[in-house]
Design a protein around this ligand. Structure first.
Ligand code: IMP
Ligand code: MG
Length: 174
């Protein structure tokens, strides 16, 4: 079986949208610094492009999580593989994700971060698959709502491949 990638969102479309979100965030947080928290690895490409488009002061941190898998997956419990380097108390945090799918990872993560006493926590995702939602999460900034298809590129992988594609594509199997 061979795979091919069909373009869903071109590099130009993605970059244009990221510029718009960056402008929106800059307006919403005018005069206040933002602390971007990237969820590795998928969120990294988006976070770099987004950070460049934000005009208020920006600081960055990274965390890595993984699902416990098996039956615990339904409980939405995720394991922190790499925690943040810095405390977030009193900061205006924006969690930057590649995609919100079932919403399990994000709902867990957002609750955990809120428990650390930040001034505010918002969620910014490049892609959203609303049809797949199992757990309700409120998304503050969304790049694109997409249909229920498996996508790659711009940080998203299939079996650790294709993260480096500068566009968003759908994996097709022939
Ligand atoms: P969930 O919202 O907890 O179900 O998990 C979202 C995570 O699953 C994302 O952060 C991605 O790592 C991964 N994921 C979900 N849908 C896709 C996809 O279409 N392509 C690649 N990764 C995906
Ligand atoms: Mg992710």
């Amino acid at each position: 079986m061979s795979e091919r990638i069909e373009v869903l969102l071109s590099e130009e479309e993605v970059n244009r949208r990221i510029r718009q979100i960056g402008a929106q965030i800059s307006e919403d947080y005018a005069g206040r610094p933002v602390h971007l928290v990237c969820v590795l690895k998928g969120g990294s490409f988006f976070m770099c492009e987004l950070a460049k488009r934000i005009t208020v002061p920006v600081s960055l941190d990274f965390m890595s999580v993984s699902s416990y898998g098996g039956d615990t997956k339904s409980s939405g419990v995720v394991k922190i593989v790499k925690d943040l380097d810095e405390a977030i108390s009193g900061r205006n945090v924006i969690v930057v994700e590649d995609i919100v799918d079932s919403g399990r990872t994000l709902s867990y993560l957002l609750e955990m971060l809120k428990g650390r006493g930040p001034e505010s926590v918002r969620l910014c995702t490049l892609l959203d698959k609303p049809e797949r939602r199992v757990v309700d999460v409120s998304v503050d900034y969304t790049g694109f709502r997409i249909p229920d298809e498996f996508v790659v590129g711009y940080g998203l992988d299939y079996d650790q491949k294709y993260r480096n594609l500068p566009y968003i594509g759908v994996v097709k199997f022939d």
